[in-house]
Design a protein around this ligand. Structure first.
Ligand code: ITT
Length: 194
């Protein structure tokens, strides 16, 4: 029987990508919901890595099984790396991404392409019952588009433009995004220690 590993996220879109990328692991990957875990996680770290560790450790302590967690977000250089670790909370958790994305586009109105640099960052933490904690980080560099494009992905994908591919990450297939994304990179690195 496969060993069980809980992925400490409540974000279904992340979970879909995670299942694809970790599908070939020797573990059964279950979401918090599937594991019946309902804990309050206070994300008060100062960095993506700290927040990923907080999520993974909280759920590991609750369940006693190995846990992975993802903390990720969008850093826009022109906005001093906003929304950064507050990406999910930008303009409020319940605000639609159509509105969040338009707000960021408005704040970059008139800013030339060369100054619209941005990156997605993903920190993955692994917490084990013996107390061991590991983190790995992946990034993908791009630019903030002039207008939203694409229907795939989630969150800020419609405004994250990859000049090499002339597409936003919302215009990539799931497979293409996972091959090059911050999350794909970080998860493939953490796979090496599992
Ligand atoms: P969990 O904490 O339960 O995992 P969350 O959505 O609150 O879910 P984060 O605190 O890590 O997760 O916030 C990450 C936010 O960054 C996410 O909600 C998106 O808005 C954005 N983000 C992260 N990865 C992204 C991606 O691949 N494409 C688009 N937006 C992304």
């Amino acid at each position: 029987m496969k060993k069980r590993l809980i992925f400490a996220t409540g974000n279904e879109d992340k979970m879909k990508e995670i299942r694809q990328i970790l599908g070939d692991l020797d573990y059964e990957i279950v979401s918090m919901k599937e594991a019946g875990v309902d804990v309050d996680i206070v994300e008060d770290g100062a960095t993506f890595e700290e927040n990923a560790i907080i999520k993974a450790k909280t759920v590991m302590k609750e369940t006693g099984t190995p846990v992975l967690a993802d903390d990720s977000g969008l850093e826009i250089d022109y906005l001093n790396k906003e929304p950064g670790i507050l990406s999910a909370r930008y303009l409020g958790e319940d605000t639609s991404y159509r509105i969040k994305n338009q707000s960021l586009l408005d704040r970059l109105c008139g800013v030339p392409a060369s100054s619209r640099t941005a990156r997605f960052v993903c920190a993955i933490a692994a917490a084990f019952p013996d107390g061991r904690v590991e983190t790995r980080v992946g990034t993908i560099e791009g630019r903030i588009a002039e207008e939203p494009a694409g229907e795939n992905g989630f969150g800020y994908d419609p405004i994250f433009y990859l000049p090499d591919r002339k597409k936003t990450t919302a215009q990539l297939s799931e497979e293409e995004k996972n091959e090059i994304s911050h999350r794909g990179k970080a998860l493939r690195l953490i796979k090496e220690i599992l």
